[in-house]
Each structure stands twice: as C-alpha cells, then as structure tokens.
Design a protein around this ligand. Structure first.
Ligand code: HEM
Length: 433
C-alpha cells in the first residue's frame, strides 16, 4: 500500500485538534519535568537498581508522562486514519486524558516522596486511564481485518499494557506489605513488558504507517508485518516470564528471538527508505535512525544483564538505553514531525489556504533538541558505566536543555499556526458571507 492511500479521506477522519494536541502538549510539560527531576536526583542514577526516590520518579515522568502520553495522542488520531474505522467517542478520549494526567503527576510525586497514599492513588488513576485507552483502541482494532502489521503489533501492545499495569500496581503494594516473592525480578519483567511490549510494539507497528507516510514511499508488506508481530509476541512472552522467574537463560533466549524480530523490522523499513519520494530527510528522521541503532543495542545490554554480567553496571545501563536511548529518541523524533504534520492538516479547516508544514516549523530549536538529547544519552551512559555522578549530572543538564529547546519549538509552532489561521479569517472577511 502506497503512503498516499493512508491519506485518502484522512481529512474526514481528523479528530478535533484539542484531542491529540492535549496529549502532545502535556508530554512536552512532563518532558521538562522529567529531565529536571533526573537532574535533581542524578546521584540516585549511578548504580540504580530500583526502589523509590527521585530516580524512579524521573523515570516515570518520562515513561508515563512522555512516552505513553504521546502514544495515546498518536494512537487516537492515527488509528482512525490508518484503519478507516471510527475510534471514540471523542468525550471518552478526553476523559482518558482527565483521568490519566493527574494520575501520572500524583504517582510520580509518590515515587519521589515515598508517600504511600500518592503511590496508590496515582497508580490507580494511571491504571484506569490506561484501561480506558486500551478499551477504545481495542474497539477500533476489532473492526479491522486488513493491515496486519499495524493491528497485530497493537494487540501485542495492549496485552503487554495489561501485564505491565498489574505488575506496576503489585510492585507499589509490595513497597508497603512485602508480599512479592521476588520484587527485583518482577520489576525487570515489568520493564520488559512496558518498554519492549507496550511502547516497543506500538512503535514498531505505527512505524509501518508513519515512516511510509513521512517519506512518501511504499508501505511494508503484510507478510513482513505479520512476521515481526508474531516474533515480537514470542520474544516478549519468553523474556518476561524468564525475567519474572529470575531465569536469566530464558530471558536471554527471549532477547535472541527479539533480535531476529528487530532485524526483520529494520530490513523492511530500510526497504521503504530505498523507494521513497522525499529524498531530503530532516532532523526528526536523524533521531528516528539513531533510535533504530539504539534498539538492538538495548537488547544486547539486556543479554549481558540476563546472563549475570556485572548487574550493578548493566542493570541501570539497560534501563537507561531502553527508555532514553531508544524510546525517548524515537518518540521525540516522531513528535518533531507529527505535530507540524497534524497542524498543517488542520489549518485551513475553516476555509482559506492550508499552511505549508515547512512554514510552521522553526528548524533551529529542533536541531538543538536533537544534539542536546544525543549528548544527554551518551554522557549519562558513560557516567553509569564509569560510576561517575558528575557525568550523569552533566548528561541530565544537557537533556533539560534539549527539553527546553523542544518546548520553544512547540510554542513557536502554535504561534505560527494561530497567525496563519488569523490571516486566513482576515482574508475570508465579511465579503464571504
Ligand atoms: C501503570 C503504570 C505503571 C506503574 C504503576 C509503574 C510502577 C513501577 C514501580 C513501582 C517500579 C519500581 C520497581 C522497583 O524498582 O522497585 C517500576 C519500575 C520500572 N518501570 Fe514502571 N510503572 C508503570 C508504567 C511503566 C511504563 C509505561 C514504563 C516504560 C515504558 C515503565 C518502566 C519502568 C522501568 C524501566 C522500571 C525499572 C525496573 C527495574 O528496576 O528493574 N513503567 N515501575
């Protein structure tokens, strides 16, 4: 399927802009907060082996506040366009945001302060918000028989979402009552289901729509899509169960199956790039490519951890590369493009010329964000490896600079969008009545 075919009739399936953009805007605020908390708790990160504190709070401001938040906004808008099936009602999409957003704030407050009431209340609100999201997406997928690459990866993501939420709530309860047989192993299983399952499988499946759409190219074949979804599901099951049971060999086997799925996925996307019509790829795509390189690196680091090599080094490094090296690089890279893309599609909706995407984008803040983010990933990884808190602190500071620059890009995008719409309404003027 050629990218253009996704876009046919897409205009009719656009949700009111306030739905996807409230998720994107909130993700940008939590992005700032996440890096600021990581900077404040930089000393916690070196040798981080889990447990409550600023490290865990900063981690979940990014995982729940940026990664999952963006995935929800993107899924609500992308699925109706890609599947040509309704997703909603709109009030339920908005309700998801009203439950989930304060939940993330309260949960991370609880993680930072060890206040059990905040951990329980925040965890419950987050789980309910994610459950409503899961039901809305599931209802859309149940109507679809085509696009197996996208739908099967989305089903794998929803199954992982159920698992990560149950484990996450159990880990919270265990801080108070200590009922879990092996807290650390279940935390690792939680991270595998959350990072590779929910976020990872969504990223792989949505790439089969987003990449051809952004580079104007042929899509990925249904056969490749089916294969990577099946192998991803198998890899996740073996790795998560192995980790939960504390069986490193089984977890490692899951990692090896995962590497095969990743190889097939990247081969399919590189073939898409070969046949693309848009030759020049902007900053956002350099971040997407960097994320493609980081993905197998995170699995290799996970293999070292699963096989027991220096867990005090490999455990924090694996978590860091998984969440910041791969997922945050990919998600903020996609956000760099999906926001102006969607704004340009909405512009002119009230009559008048639509805005050119390139006119809505300020390139410099995006470049500063990409460079500062890359530096942050490298400096913190080096600091974790060398157990040097100063390097970790410098990396977190660079991450915060990147987050500020990304915020400036978003503010400028909104300013240009509004200026365009105002000019449009002026041109329309009373004469058009
Ligand atoms: C319902 C939502 C969630 C809840 C309630 C939750 C809760 C928790 C808790 C309590 C821990 C601490 C375990 C410990 O270190 O002792 C934890 C660890 C972790 N979580 Fe979450 N989490 C949630 C969602 C996510 C998501 C969406 C991601 C990633 C995309 C994620 C990634 C991680 C990682 C990487 C760890 C560290 C694991 C380790 O220490 O081995 N979490 N989570």
């Amino acid at each position: 399927m050629f990218a253009g075919q996704f876009m046919m009739g897409a205009q009719d399936r656009l949700l009111p802009p306030s739905i996807p953009f409230r998720f994107f805007a909130t993700a940008i605020v939590f992005h700032l907060a996440g890096w600021a908390v990581l900077l404040a708790g930089a000393d916690d990160l070196s040798g981080f082996m889990g447990g409550l504190g600023l490290g865990l709070a900063g981690l979940h401001l990014i995982t729940l506040g940026v990664l999952a938040m963006t995935a929800m906004g993107a899924a609500f808008q992308l699925l109706p366009v890609a599947t040509s099936r309704q997703l909603g009602p709109n009030w339920a999409c908005r309700l998801t945001w009203w439950i989930y957003t304060p939940g993330v704030g309260v949960l991370c407050l609880g993680m930072a302060t060890q206040w059990m009431w905040a951990l329980h209340l925040g965890g419950t609100l987050v789980a309910v918000g994610l459950a409503v999201f899961g039901v809305l997406v599931g209802r859309n997928l149940l109507q679809v028989s085509e696009l197996p690459g996208v739908t099967r990866h989305a089903w794998v993501a929803l199954a992982s979402l159920a698992g990560l939420a149950v484990l996450g709530l159990a880990l919270i309860a265990d801080f108070q009552s200590g009922f879990l047989p092996d807290h650390t192993s279940l935390a690792a299983a939680h991270a595998i289901l959350a990072g590779y399952g929910f976020m990872g499988s969504l990223a792989l499946g949505f790439s089969y729509v987003l990449v051809p759409m952004f580079v104007l190219s042929q899509g990925v074949s249904d056969r490749d899509g089916r294969r990577t979804a099946t192998l991803t599901a198998l890899a996740l099951a073996v790795a998560a169960i192995g980790a939960a049971l504390g069986n490193g060999m089984a977890a490692a086997l899951g990692g090896v199956i995962g590497l095969i799925a990743i190889g097939l996925h990247l081969r399919a996307l590189l073939a898409v790039l070969e046949t693309r019509m848009r030759k020049r790829l902007e900053t956002f795509f350099r971040m997407v490519k960097a994320a493609w390189i980081m993905l197998p690196v995170t699995v290799l680091m996970g293999l070292f951890l699963a096989l027991g090599s220096s867990p005090e080094l490999t455990a924090p490094l694996w978590g860091w590369l998984l969440v910041f090296g791969w997922l945050l690089t990919f998600v903020t890279g996609i956000l760099q493009r999906i926001m102006p893309f969607l704004a340009s599609m909405h512009s002119g909706a009230n009559g008048g010329k639509p805005a050119l995407m390139s006119r809505l984008v300020a390139d410099r803040p995006l470049l500063i964000h990409a460079i500062a983010h890359g530096l942050a990933v490298i400096l913190v990884a080096a600091g974790l490896l060398a157990q040097a808190p100063l390097l970790v602190r410098a990396g977190a500071a660079s991450g915060l600079i990147g987050a500020i620059s990304f915020t400036l890009f978003a503010v400028e995008l909104m300013r240009r969008y509004r200026a365009h719409e105002t000019a449009n309404s002026r041109h329309k003027g009373p004469s058009s009545c």
